[in-house]
Design a protein around this ligand. Structure first.
Ligand SMILES: *Cc1c(COP(=O)(O)O)cnc(C)c1O
Length: 420
C-alpha cells in the first residue's frame, strides 16, 4: 500500500514557478528507472556538461601541453580567475574577496593561521558541539599549535536540555558574557547533522562587537541558501564544492576573506608562489609581492582538472540564480516535511531540523529513535531506490536538492519510510 498523493506531487512539479534542472545532471540509475537522490548534501550529482568541459582541458594538455598555460582554451595560469565572478555571486561577495583553492579543511587551516590571533587575555575558540569532526580537529590543533590546552581553549556550544538545535540568543549570550576571553568563533552556516541554518548576520555582528573574529564553515550552506558574506561583514569563510556545488568528489574548495582585511599587511599569512601578485609571479623573485585579494591565501598553482568541474557547475547556479533556486528549495523541503509529518512521524521518527523554513536549507534530518539508521538507509536503497545517508546510529539525512530533485522524489522517500 502506497501513501496517497503521487498525482499531487506531479501536479506540484508541473506548476512550480522554478522548473527543475534535472536534465542538466546525470541521475544514477535504479532497477525501476532512476534513484530518488537525497544525498546531494554529501556528494552532489554530476552535471552532464562536466565530461565535455574536462575533455577540453585534457585535449589542451594533449595537444598544447605546457603552452596551454598561456594558450589553452581557458589559459591555465588564469584558470582560477574564471571562477571568481560566479563564486562571488554565489556567496554574496566582492570579486576580490573570494578564491577557489585547495580543499575545505586546508582552507580553514590557512584562514585560522591568519585570523586566530590569540593574545594574553583572549585565546579561546568557540565551535558548535555538533560540529563536523574535521572542524573540531582543526580548531583543537590550532589551539595546541599556539601552546594552549585544547580541552580548555575550545568551547563547544550545546543546545539547551531537551532541544536539538542552537538558539541564536544563547550564542549571543555566550559571546557577550565571555567575549573577552574568546579570540574566534567558527560555526557551520548550516549544521551538517541537524540541517539548522544559523543566523549568520546576527551572530557575526554580536560576536564582532565583543571583539571576537568570526569565521563560517559553509560546507552545507554554499549552493544551498543565499549568502551575503560581504554585507554581513563576515571575517572569513570556507566551503567545499562537492556537496551542493556538484563539482565532484574532493573538488576544489572556496574561501572568502572580507575586503577590509585584504590590504592589512599586519595579518600574517602562510605564503607560496601563487600568493604573489600575478604581474610578477614568474619573475621568480626571492621575496613576495603582495596582492590585495583573497588570492593572497593561495599557495600553489591550482589543479586544473579539479577546477574545471567547479566552473561547469557554477554556470548552472548562475543561470538559475541562488535566490530563485531558494524559492524552489523552500517549497520542495516544506513539501517533504509535510509528507513526513503526515505519514512517517507517527512511526517513531522525529525531525531534528528546525520547522521554521528560515532556519534551515534543503536538508531534513530524521532521528530514527530505536531503529538503526544504517539498516534504514540500506533498505531505502535496495528496496526503494532511495539514496539517503546515515550519520551515527540514529540520524538519517534527506536533502531534496532543488536543482535535480523533484516532488516525486520527495513522495518516493516518504512512501518508502512509511513502510519501515
Ligand atoms: C563536508 C564537511 C567537511 C569536509 O572537509 P574536507 O576538507 O572537504 O574533507 C568539513 N567541514 C564540514 C562542516 C563539512 O560539512
Amino acid at each position: 500500500m502506497s501513501i496517497p498523493g503521487r498525482d499531487d506531487a506531479t501536479a506540484r512539479e508541473n506548476s512550480d514557478a522554478v522548473p527543475t534542472r534535472r536534465h542538466d545532471f546525470l541521475i544514477p540509475p535504479h532497477a525501476r528507472g532512476e534513484v530518488a537522490y537525497m544525498a546531494g548534501n554529501s556528494l552532489g550529482l554530476q552535471p552532464r556538461a562536466v565530461a565535455d568541459d574536462l575533455a577540453i582541458e585534457l585535449n589542451d594538455w594533449a595537444t598544447l601541453a605546457v603552452e596551454a598555460h598561456l594558450e589553452g582554451t581557458h589559459p591555465w595560469v588564469d584558470f582560477h580567475e574564471f571562477l571568481r565572478a560566479p563564486l562571488s555571486r554565489l556567496v554574496g561577495a566582492r570579486e576580490a574577496e573570494v578564491v577557489a583553492m585547495n580543499s575545505l579543511t586546508v582552507n580553514l587551516h590557512l584562514l585560522m593561521a591568519s585570523f586566530y590571533q590569540p593574545t594574553a587575555t583572549r585565546h579561546r575558540i568557540v565551535i558548535e558541539d555538533s560540529s563536523f569532526p574535521s572542524d573540531s580537529y582543526a580548531v583543537r590543533s590550532h589551539a595546541e599549535f599556539r601552546g594552549y590546552n585544547a580541552d580548555e581553549a575550545i568551547v563547544r556550544l550545546r543546545p539547551r536540555e531537551g532541544e536539538t538545535t542552537l538558539r541564536t540568543e544563547d550564542v549571543i549570550d555566550l559571546v557577550t558574557r565571555e567575549g573577552e576571553s574568546i579570540a574566534l568563533i567558527m560555526l557551520g552556516g548550516v549544521n551538517y547533522l541537524t540541517g539548522q541554518l544559523m543566523d549568520i548576520p546576527t551572530i557575526t555582528a554580536s560576536a564582532q562587537s565583543a571583539g571576537v573574529r568570526v569565521g563560517w564553515d559553509l560546507a552545507h550552506a554554499a549552493g544551498n541558501v543565499p549568502l551575503q558574506l560581504h554585507d554581513w561583514n563576515v571575517d572569513f569563510a570556507a566551503w567545499c564544492s562537492y556537496k551542493y556545488l556538484n563539482s565532484g568528489p574532493g573538488a576544489v574548495a572556496g574561501a572568502f576573506v572580507h575586503e577590509r582585511h585584504l590590504a592589512d599587511q599586519s595579518i600574517s599569512r602562510l605564503s607560496g608562489w601563487w600568493s604573489n601578485d600575478p604581474s610578477n609571479r614568474f619573475e621568480m623573485l626571492p621575496t613576495l609581492t603582495p596582492v590585495f585579494s583573497a588570492d593572497a591565501w593561495q599557495l600553489s598553482n591550482p589543479p586544473i582538472l579539479g577546477l574545471a568541474p567547479v566552473l561547469t557547475s557554477l554556470a548552472i547556479f548562475d543561470s538559475v540564480g541562488i535566490s530563485t533556486l531558494r524559492e524552489r528549495s523552500l517549497r520542495l523541503t516544506s513539501y517533504l516535511n509535510q509528507l513526513l509529518d503526515a505519514h512517517v512521524i507517527d512511526r517513531g521518527f522525529t525531525v531534528l531540523t528546525p520547522s521554521d523554513p528560515a532556519a534551515r536549507g534543503s536538508q531534513l534530518s530524521l532521528d530514527v529513535g530505536k531503529r538503526d539508521a544504517r539498516s534504514i538507509t540500506r533498505a531505502l536503497r535496495h528496496d526503494h531506490g532511495v539514496i539517503a545517508d546515515a550519520r551515527g546510529e540514529h540520524v538519517i539525512r534527506l536533502a531534496p536538492v532543488p536543482l535535480y530533485c523533484t516532488y516525486d522524489d520527495c513522495w518516493r522517500v516518504a512512501d518508502a519510510l512509511a513502510t519501515m
